[in-house]
Design a protein around this ligand. Structure first.
Ligand code: 3PG
Length: 212
C-alpha cells in the first residue's frame, strides 16, 4: 500500500502509547470497530514493537504503522516486521521517500518542507501542528508547496479536527485523543470504540492524488 492509499482510509490516525502488550490487540480492535483502521503505535515504550507485531498478526482490518521513528535503522526494523508505514516527528537524515517502508516525516517550517521535497517526500506530518502555525501555516504552505499534503498532528483534538480536515491540503489528522491513557489503563474499550466512531464520522477531504 502507498502512503496515499493508507492516509485516505480514515480521517483520523490514532497516535498510541501502549505500556502493556496485553492491551495492544483489544485496543486495536476497539479502534477498528469504531472505524479507525490506520493505527500509529509510537516507539515510546519498551513494548511498542511487540505491540505492533501482535496487532499485525491478530487484528483483521488494521493497517498498522509505527510512530516516533527517529532513525533509518528503526525504519528498517519496521519494514522487517511488516509494518505498513512509519511516522517520524522530523526528517530522518539520509532516509529518502523510496526507503524500505513508506514514511510520513514531520515538518514544521518551509525550509524543512523543502528538505523533505528534496528527499522525494510529498506527504508530511505537520508537527507539532498547533505550535507550528496550525491552520494558518497549512493555508500559507498551500500555494508555494502545491504538491504537498499533510497529516497535522500534535494538539489536534475532537474540537478542532474538523477545521483541519476542511483544508484542501490536509489528507487526515493524527492524534492521541481517541485513545486516552486512562481509558487504555482501565481497559475501557467501549469508550475508545465510541471515541473512534465519533472521529471516523468526521468528513475526510477528497482523496489525495496518488503518488508517483
Ligand atoms: C505525538 O506524536 O505525540 C502526537 O503528536 C500526538 O499529539 P497529541 O497528544 O497532541 O494528539
Amino acid at each position: 500500500m502507498t502512503l496515499d492509499q493508507i492516509l485516505v482510509r480514515a480521517p483520523v490516525v490514532p497516535v498510541l502509547i501502549i505500556d502493556e502488550v496485553a492491551d495492544a490487540v483489544p485496543l486495536a480492535r476497539a479502534l477498528v470497530a469504531g472505524g479507525l483502521s490506520v493505527l500509529e503505535i509510537t516507539l515510546r515504550t519498551p513494548v511498542a514493537m511487540a505491540c505492533v507485531e501482535r496487532m499485525i498478526g491478530e487484528v483483521e482490518g488494521a493497517v498498522v504503522g509505527v510512530g516516533t521513528v527517529l532513525t533509518a535503522a528503526q525504519r528498517q526494523a519496521c519494514a522487517d516486521i511488516g509494518a505498513a508505514f512509519c511516522v517520524s516527528p522530523g526528517l530522518i537524515a539520509d532516509s529518502p521517500a523510496d526507503g524500505p517502508v513508506p514514511l510520513l516525516p514531520g515538518v514544521a517550517t518551509a525550509t524543512e518542507l523543502m528538505a523533505g521535497l528534496a528527499l522525494g517526500y510529498e506527504r508530511f506530518k505537520l508537527f507539532p501542528a498547533n505550535v507550528a502555525g496550525g491552520i494558518d501555516a497549512l493555508k500559507a504552505f498551500a500555494s508555494p508547496f502545491a504538491q504537498a499534503r499533510f497529516c497535522p498532528t500534535g494538539g489536534v483534538n475532537a474540537k478542532n479536527a474538523a477545521d483541519y480536515l476542511a483544508l484542501p491540503n490536509v489528507i487526515c489528522v493524527g492524534g492521541s485523543w481517541v485513545a486516552p491513557v486512562d481509558a487504555v489503563k482501565a481497559g475501557d474499550w467501549d469508550r475508545i470504540a465510541q471515541l473512534a466512531r465519533e472521529a471516523s464520522a468526521l468528513a475526510q477531504p477528497a482523496a489525495a492524488p496518488t503518488e508517483g
